[in-house]
Design a protein around this ligand. Structure first.
Ligand code: ZN
Ligand code: ZN
Ligand code: ZN
Length: 375
């Protein structure tokens, strides 16, 4: 099957995103937004610097001014090649010059700014030293849902990324698990994600047997054995948008208990999926999954939130967690990934990316959620 890349976003698309971001910043009382390399910058103007370094790169957005992108002079050419470059005014600072003084020239002395979460401390401290009366809030606190609602073209990319991850999983079911180390299976999984069009692999969790009971386990040297449950959680970026899916498989015939635990998690994932509707608070999706697992007696073993948003990054707001009252809205995309983790024994997690439509959820991962038996 041939895979064609989607048409790139245009200068107008980026201009509209930056305009909206600056306006929303003003509405919450900010002088503007300071965006540094990472998902925010990619989303706003399509620019990913060749490397993220101690050299300051800063996009300055304010409702009363055009967007400025301050870059190291050596990277001016890279910035000019970004698809959204035409929508920003690029200005460069020279090596040896004080980058923070250059940035201060674009900012207000008493400004209150929202700043990208991933901004290096050295940059934020440099800005604060240059403008001692300015103040800052993390963008995820100031405007948590800025990137949460996806437009049609973003949804198409997320759908394609999900399908590619699903294709990788389908291929993986045919490989041998028994006798191999987790790391080896993780390597195969990474290769399959790339084969199916991911330009970036972000994580390939292979949690076999007791390792599966640790939700943060990645992949280690443990040799997978016949009788193991294996949690497979993997994703990355395809055409700039994220995938993230989990299936739990079993090596050989599962026991009655293993099947039962898997079925509880699958049912919880289904219940949470069915709860998706515009206007429903995020925490209700978490509650729907948790109710099923608690009723089955495993509530104490579901030790993490039910899901997270996804877009140009694989983990972002909204978070589906108790206490998150933000209502779901059409176009939001997020994971639904309940799990049960039995310490020292095994874990089960089932995860799909789901988009919120007008009438309910749509799964962007469509592989079988039944417990697959592998060799
Ligand atoms: Zn087993
Ligand atoms: Zn995941
Ligand atoms: Zn996830």
């Amino acid at each position: 099957m041939t895979d064609t890349s989607p048409a790139p976003f245009t200068e107008q698309d980026y201009a509209a995103r930056m305009y909206r971001a600056a306006r929303e910043a003003a509405l919450v009382g900010l002088s503007g937004l300071l965006v540094t390399p990472g998902p925010d910058l990619v989303w706003m103007c399509g620019y990913r610097p060749p490397a993220v370094t101690e050299h300051l790169t800063l996009l300055v957005l304010a409702a009363d001014s055009e967007p400025y992108l301050l870059v190291p002079a050596l990277e001016r050419g890279d910035a000019q090649a970004a698809p959204g470059a035409g929508a920003v005014r690029i200005t460069a600072w020279q090596d040896g010059q004080d980058a923070y003084a250059a940035a201060a020239g674009l900012l207000r002395a008493h400004g209150r700014y929202g700043v990208s979460d991933g901004t290096w401390a050295v940059h934020l401290l440099g800005l604060q030293a240059a403008l001692p009366l300015s103040s800052y809030r993390p963008l995820s606190t100031a405007l948590p849902l800025l990137r949460a609602v996806k437009d049609e073209r973003e949804l198409a990319r997320l759908t394609a990324a999900g399908a590619a991850a699903d294709a990788a999983y389908a291929d993986l079911l045919g490989v041998r698990f028994a006798g191999r180390r987790e790391r080896e299976v993780a390597d195969v999984l990474a290769r399959l994600l790339r084969d199916h069009g991911h330009e970036r692999v972000e994580f390939t969790v292979v949690g076999s047997g007791p390792n599966g009971a640790d939700p943060h386990h990645m992949a280690g040297d443990r040799r997978i054995e016949d009788g193991d449950m294996v949690v497979l959680d993997f994703g990355g970026l395809k055409d700039g948008y994220g995938s993230d899916t989990t299936r739990t498989v079993h090596v050989g015939e599962p026991t009655v208990e293993e099947r039962a635990v898997h079925e509880v998690v699958r049912a919880a994932q289904q219940a949470a999926f069915e709860a998706v509707k515009p206007g429903v608070p995020c925490q209700e999706i978490d509650r729907a999954a948790r109710a099923v697992i608690t009723d089955a007696g495993y509530g104490a073993y579901f030790t993490h939130r039910t899901g997270h948003g996804i877009g140009v990054s694989t983990h972002e707001p909204p978070y589906l967690v108790e206490g998150e009252h933000s209502p779901l809205a059409p176009g939001m995309c997020f994971s639904i990934e309940p799990g049960v983790y039995l310490p020292g024994r095994f874990g089960v997690r089932v995860e799909d990316i789901v988009s919120c439509g007008q009438d309910g959820g749509r799964r962007l991962n469509t592989t079988s959620r039944e417990l697959a038996v592998v060799g």
